[in-house]
Write a protein that binds this ligand. Sequence first.
Ligand code: KIV
Length: 281
Amino acid sequence: MNHNKKTVPTIMERKNSSKKIVALTAYDYSFSRLLDATDLDIILVGDSLAMVSLGHDTTLPVSMEEMIMHTRAVSKGCHNALLVADMPFMSYQVSDEQAITNAGRLIQEAGAEAVKLEGGARMAGRIQALIHADIPVMGHIGLTPQSINRLGGYRVQGKNFKETRQIKRDALKLQEAGVFSIVLEGIYDDLAAEITQDIKVPTIGIGAGIKCDGQILVLHDLLGLGMSSTPKFVKQYTNLGNETQKAVNNYIQEVRDEIFPDADHSYKTKTQQLKSVSDGS
Ligand code: KIV
């Protein structure tokens, strides 16, 4: 029995506690292991994988097969945090049946313990269908990157009264549908605070101010491994991008100057063995 294991109920219970939910993305085994050894609550295999690891301009091109492959790798290193996988674009929009089949694959083949999908009130029925199939769902509203072509850019959402009321309605509809938490992305902090206060499931903010029940960031942004320009809400806690380039430049220099590999990093043959090789004996 792993007493550190975070589960869907553990996350839901945080709504009534003062301990914030802390979440990060991961896309491979190495980072998953490192994150899982901390006190992190949730590891999300985000569809940001498309941009961060696969080099696409948006999250739209990432496929189910790619999400499954990366989620499976992350699951190998994730034993304490709750493992959530994003449902990629077009894996849940068409029908309940397709959504259940694809979410089921993320759970059964890849080892996810819950899925996240984007969309408010219009996704409520789909979310209910997934929950009836025993698949826990994390909602995601506000700035939803899979809607980039409709939104026309990654901009803060809820710019007028009508829009703020729609986002609030979305949160209430997701709660009614049975989500265990809701990501609030790119909305004003007062709207996030109002939603957080008025719903019974935990909110997890990204670009939504300090009043949410938790916070999520893209790991590569926090580590300084992300894009050259990051959104206002990103706080870079270190710059592994610079550190990586420094280390690689040192390596290049030392190889060219014949400093590396030195004696400490080489296998030495015993003189006797060498002699017998040259003797042919
Ligand atoms: O894909 C992603 O990384 C996300 C975030 C909420 C960070 O959806």
